[in-house]
Design a protein around this ligand. Structure first.
Ligand SMILES: [Zn+2]
Length: 489
C-alpha cells in the first residue's frame, strides 16, 4: 500500500474562545498523520467562520481545499464539528470529497470516511453534533433571559424614548428612559388615548420637530411601532422581537415564574392595563378603512428614502404616475424610474442573501464618563486604605491620589455621553427576508441593514429589460462585509 497523501482542515469560529485554537488543531492533525506515516501535502484554515451559520461549501478555505490542485486521498480534521454542525452539510461535504476519491478522518472523533463501517458510525455522530448545536442555541436563549431578568440589555434595537446606559450595579448595560425623547412618547400616548388618529400624531411630531433616528420625517409605521411597544408599560421584550412579532401581543415578553410579564416600573410611562386598552382601541380603528384614502398607499413605501438621483445627488420621491406603478422621480432633473422594486430586491438578495446581516445597534457609551464606575471603585478602595494606615507618609500619598481621582471624577462627570455604534449578528439576510414575508415594514428593516442608498442614473425612455434597469442602479452598501461584532454583551 502506498503512502496516503493527506490535507489538513482546521476551523475556528468567531465566538468560541473556548474551542481549541487553530495551532493546536493543526498540531493534533499533523501528529495523527505522522503516527500513521501519511504525508501532509497542504493545510487549510478557516479562521473566524461559524459552523452553524456557514455551510462547508460557503467557507473560503474549504472551497479552496475542494479545488486544490494537489492530489490527496484523506482530509484530516480535529473534530467532526470543525467540518459541519448539520448532518446534511456533513454528508454533502463528504459526497464532494468522494468525487475526488478522498475521505474525512477526524483525530478526536471516531470518524473515518475511508471505510464502509467508518461511514456508518460517522453519520450517527454527525446527527449528535447537530443536536448539540441546537442545544447551544437554547443555552444562549437561557443566558439572555437571565440577563434580561437582571435588567440588563442583551442587544437589539432600543425603542425610541429609551436608551442604554452602563449598568450602575455591575457589568453590562441597562435600559433607562431617554429624558430628551420620553416627553414625545408621552405626547404620542396622550393623543392616541384622547382618540386622535396616528396620522395626526405623525403631523404633531413633524410640526414639533421631534428628533427621529434616521433624520427623516416621522412615518405612520414608526409611530405605530412605538405606541405598540410593550416597554411603554415597563414590560421587557426580547429586543430581537420584530415589529410584527410585537403586534402579536404577548409574544417575546420576559415573564416571571408566575407566567406574567415582568414589569419594570422605572421604565414604564403607563400602567399595563391602560396600554392594553389603548391597543384594543387602535385595533378597532385600524381596519384600514379608517385611514384617509390619500394616505393608504403611503403606508408601504419599500424603498422610500433609499432612492437618490445619481445625476444631481438629491433624494428621489415617489410619484403616483401610472396608477399602481411604483415610481420615483428626481425633483431636480425630473428623471423617473418605475417598476424596478423586484429588480432591486433580487439584486439585493443576490449580493447579500448569503451574508451575515449585521444589524446596527446604538449604545450610549459615555466618553470619559464611562470610567466613572472604575473611578468610584478605586476611590472606595483608597479611602478604606487611608482609614487603615498608621503610616503618615503613606497617608499623605493616599490623600494625594484620592485628590487626583476626585479631579478626574469631576471631569468625567462633565463629559457628554456619546452614542457609539455596535453591530449584532442577526443571521443571514436571505433568512431575514424570508421571515419578513409580505410585511413591508419588516422587509424595509432588512434592506436598511444592508443598504445605504441606491443611486439612479438616467436611462433611455420606453420599455426596459431588467439588465437595462439594473445598469442604471448603483448600490451603496452599508456595512463592510468582513465586519465582525465590535463588542460583545
Ligand atoms: Zn436628478
Amino acid at each position: 500500500m502506498s503512502t496516503r497523501r493527506a490535507v489538513i482542515y482546521a476551523r475556528l469560529s468567531i465566538s468560541s474562545e473556548k474551542s481549541v485554537s487553530i495551532e493546536r488543531q493543526v498540531e493534533a492533525c499533523e501528529a495523527y498523520a505522522d503516527s500513521r506515516g501519511w504525508t501532509v501535502v497542504r493545510t487549510f484554515v478557516d479562521d473566524g467562520v461559524s459552523a452553524s451559520k456557514n455551510k462547508p461549501e460557503d467557507r473560503p478555505q474549504w472551497s479552496e481545499l475542494l479545488a486544490a490542485p494537489e492530489k490527496y486521498d484523506t482530509v484530516i480534521i480535529w473534530k467532526l464539528d470543525r467540518l459541519a454542525r448539520r448532518t446534511m452539510d456533513f454528508l454533502r461535504a463528504h459526497e464532494t470529497l468522494q468525487a475526488r476519491n478522498a475521505g474525512v478522518v477526524a483525530v478526536e472523533d471516531p470518524v473515518d470516511m475511508t471505510t464502509a463501517q467508518g461511514r456508518m458510525f460517522t453519520t450517527v455522530l454527525a446527527s449528535f453534533a447537530e443536536m448539540e448545536a441546537e442545544s447551544i442555541g437554547a443555552r444562549v436563549k437561557d443566558a439572555q433571559v437571565k440577563l434580561l431578568r437582571s435588567g440588563r440589555v442583551v442587544g437589539g434595537a432600543v425603542p425610541y424614548g429609551w436608551q442604554t446606559i452602563p449598568n450602575p450595579n455591575g457589568a453590562g448595560f441597562v435600559l433607562a428612559q431617554d429624558p430628551d425623547r420620553i416627553p414625545f412618547v408621552r405626547g404620542m400616548v396622550e393623543r392616541v388615548q384622547r382618540g386622535n388618529s396616528i396620522y395626526s400624531v405623525v403631523q404633531w411630531l413633524n410640526e414639533e420637530g421631534a428628533p427621529t433616528r434616521s433624520g427623516r420625517p416621522w412615518a405612520y409605521s414608526t409611530v405605530e411601532g412605538i405606541i405598540r411597544h410593550p416597554l411603554l408599560a415597563g414590560m421587557i421584550a426580547f429586543n430581537r422581537g420584530s415589529a410584527t412579532k410585537l403586534k402579536r401581543r404577548g409574544d417575546g415578553l420576559l415573564r416571571g415564574d408566575d407566567g406574567l410579564p415582568v414589569v419594570d416600573g422605572s421604565l414604564a410611562i403607563m400602567p399595563v392595563a391602560d396600554w392594553r386598552a389603548m391597543l384594543t382601541r387602535l385595533d378597532d380603528k385600524d381596519s384600514g378603512h379608517s385611514k384617509p384614502r390619500a394616505l393608504r398607499s403611503e403606508t408601504s413605501p419599500l424603498l422610500s428614502g433609499l432612492m437618490w438621483c445619481g445625476e444631481d445627488g438629491v433624494r428621489m420621491y415617489r410619484c403616483a404616475e401610472g396608477g399602481k406603478r411604483h415610481g420615483y422621480r428626481c425633483p431636480k432633473c425630473d428623471q423617473t424610474i418605475t417598476s424596478f422594486e423586484p429588480i432591486v430586491v433580487a439584486e439585493f438578495l443576490r449580493q447579500k442573501g448569503e451574508r451575515v446581516r449585521w444589524t446596527r445597534v446604538e449604545q450610549v457609551v459615555e466618553g470619559g464618563a464611562a470610567l466613572l464606575p472604575e473611578i468610584e471603585h478605586r476611590l472606595t478602595e483608597l479611602t478604606a486604605a487611608l482609614q487603615d494606615t498608621d503610616d503618615d507618609d503613606r497617608a499623605a500619598q493616599l490623600a494625594e491620589e484620592i485628590g487626583r481621582l476626585r479631579a478626574s471624577r469631576r471631569k468625567a462627570r462633565e463629559e457628554t455621553p456619546n452614542v457609539s455604534i455596535r453591530y449584532d449578528d442577526a443571521g443571514w439576510f436571505e433568512d431575514a427576508w424570508e421571515e419578513a414575508g409580505e410585511d413591508v415594514e419588516e422587509q424595509r428593516a432588512v434592506l436598511d441593514d444592508g443598504l445605504e442608498r441606491i443611486w439612479v442614473r438616467r436611462g433611455g425612455t420606453g420599455r426596459r429589460t431588467e439588465a437595462q434597469v439594473l445598469a442604471r442602479l448603483t448600490f451603496d452598501w452599508k456595512v463592510p462585509e468582513d465586519l465582525g461584532p465590535v463588542a460583545n454583551h
